[in-house]
Design a binder for this molecule. Structure first.
Ligand code: SF4
Length: 232
């Protein structure tokens, strides 16, 4: 698998675990607020997968999980082999995905290769393609994959969360409300405030204040009661 970033220790990326994080390059989306532009545009040198696996082998016990993020990890041809190697080693595995590869997601869950999946829900259905940075894309094709991935996760084969990065220019109150109507249910759902990492795909976007985020979360919780804010 192509790996272009590796964080040896994280207490944040994998809920409840002391973990390492593996970053894969490339993505089929171009979300303007993406905070990993270098990865998405595949600018960096690849790291040695064997060295990373050797490191993880040596840290087993002190680390209990590996989070795989991107980019979009499911674009990697051998992602399932990599996840299987981690599981065989004894690690719990978390996968981040944008939900556009439901068949791969299903295969991974069927084989028990992911313990936790975090899937982005970019916006309400009406603004989905725009928020993914694919304004010309067929909303129908895009959303049918997203709908399928949501249904797969709700099937309960692994613990999961949905999450939305909220950006002032892309998420109006009525968009958050429409997204709430769409996602109504009892899922674990996090609204996280946009932050400029310095490696943004389309610089110049802005964040809501903490109070504005709390107000938006209240709007959303009318439909998704278990929703909460992350990172304020
Ligand atoms: S935010 Fe995620 S889905 Fe969007 S471009 Fe970046 S890596 Fe891809």
């Amino acid at each position: 698998m192509i790996i272009k970033g590796f964080q040896k220790l994280t207490l944040l990326d994998f809920p409840g675990r002391v973990a390492a994080t593996v970053f894969t390059p490339g993505c089929d989306f171009r979300c303007p607020f993406c905070h990993n532009a270098s990865l998405v545009l595949d600018r960096d040198e690849a790291l040695d997968q064997d060295e990373i696996l050797a490191f993880l082998k040596g840290r087993l016990g002190r680390l209990t999980g590996v989070a795989i993020t991107g980019g979009e990890p499911l674009m990697q041809a051998d992602i399932t082999d990599f996840m299987r190697t981690l599981k065989d080693m004894g690690y719990a595995v978390k996968l981040d995905t944008n939900g556009s590869f439901p068949q791969k997601l299903q295969a991974i869950l069927d084989e028990g290769l992911a313990d936790y999946v975090a899937m982005d829900i970019k916006n309400c259905r009406e603004r989905y393609a725009e928020t993914c940075g694919l304004p010309g894309a067929s909303s129908e094709g895009l959303l049918s994959n997203i709908d399928e991935s949501i249904a797969i996760l709700r099937g309960g084969k692994a613990d999961y969360e949905f999450r939305t990065t909220v950006v002032k220019e892309l998420h109006r109150r009525e968009d958050i409300e429409a997204m709430g109507r769409w996602m109504a249910g009892d899922d674990k759902f996090f609204l996280q405030c946009f932050k400029d990492s310095g490696d943004i795909l389309k610089p110049g976007l802005s964040a809501y204040s903490d109070d504005e985020m709390k107000a938006l979360c209240d709007v959303f919780k009318a439909y998704v009661p278990k929703a909460s804010l992350r990172g304020l």
